[in-house]
Write a protein that binds this ligand. Structure first.
Ligand code: CIR
Length: 254
């Protein structure tokens, strides 16, 4: 499992509620959004990360979900071309930031990729073919990853916005996965923690170094994760959930 030392986040803007959503959970409360973001940032610091925070960008309401704009490898920052037109352009400030930290690579037109579709498991990447990430984007991403010595498997998605809405890596060869996710052979070598339908949002957990961040309010999943004997931090992310986001997409770790 990668060890991380730093993270990039972006503070939500006042127009956060104007972003894309399919959740039907209502409009996020801005004050609470900021509090939850602040607590998320504090959790990253508790995990030992130095934090870099970009100012809100009122032009892009979904821009706090920084993970969609970039995929980080040991060598490179692969700047994506976001799949939804309203998010295109968000990646430029992210590219400017990573210029000082990594070699920049780019996904180019007509390719599209959202970072939420790219799951790293050690030297292996799984890439979701989704409404946001198309075949050409995946072809370009695979090529870059292979040049850098990684392997890549494509996972076709039907019912999820992004791959990491359904499955995430918790380290120690263990994946957390929604029970109805058709795992198929690429995932068959791993231990799998299944997340029930009732708690499906809880598949979006985030391992950072020696801690697992878990969304608050999913007791069944929490019990299963606790059995791993890795320290757990529960975080309230209700306002980000309303906008289809969660723990993984709110930061880029490196
Ligand atoms: C969107 O639809 O693009 C945002 N409202 C949510 C993006 C969440 N990203 C992620 O889970 N990787």
């Amino acid at each position: 499992m990668n060890r991380f030392r730093k993270a990039l986040v972006r503070k939500p803007g006042m127009n956060f509620q104007a972003g894309l959503t399919s959740s039907q959970l209502g409009v996020p409360d801005y004050a609470l959004t900021l509090r939850q973001h602040h607590d998320y940032c504090s959790a990253l610091v508790k995990c030992g990360l130095d934090l870099f925070m970009l100012d809100p960008n009122e032009q892009y309401p979904d821009s706090p979900f920084v993970e969609d704009t970039c995929v980080l490898t040991a060598r490179s920052a692969i700047i994506t071309r976001p799949g939804h037109i309203s998010r295109r352009g968000e990646e430029e400030e992210i590219a400017a930031f990573f210029r000082d930290h990594r070699m920049l690579r780019r996904i180019t037109e007509p390719g599209t990729i959202d970072g939420g579709d790219v799951l790293q498991v050690n030297n292996r990447f799984f890439i979701g073919l989704s409404g946001r990430s198309n075949k050409e984007g995946i072809r370009q991403m695979e090529q870059i990853l292979k040049e850098e010595g990684y392997t890549a498997d494509v996972v076709e998605l039907k019912n999820y916005l992004h791959l990491k809405a359904a499955v995430n890596y918790l380290g120690d060869e263990t994946l957390i996965m929604h029970e109805h996710f058709e795992a198929g052979t690429p995932f068959s070598h791993y231990n799998i923690i299944r997340v029930s339908d009732r708690e499906s949002y809880a598949a979006n957990c985030l391992r950072i170094n020696d801690t697992i961040l878990v969304p608050e309010g999913f007791p069944e999943t929490l019990e299963k994760i606790k059995k791993l004997n890795i320290p757990v931090l529960e975080l309230q992310v209700s306002e980000f959930r309303k906008m289809d986001g969660g723990l993984t997409c709110l930061s880029l770790r490196f």
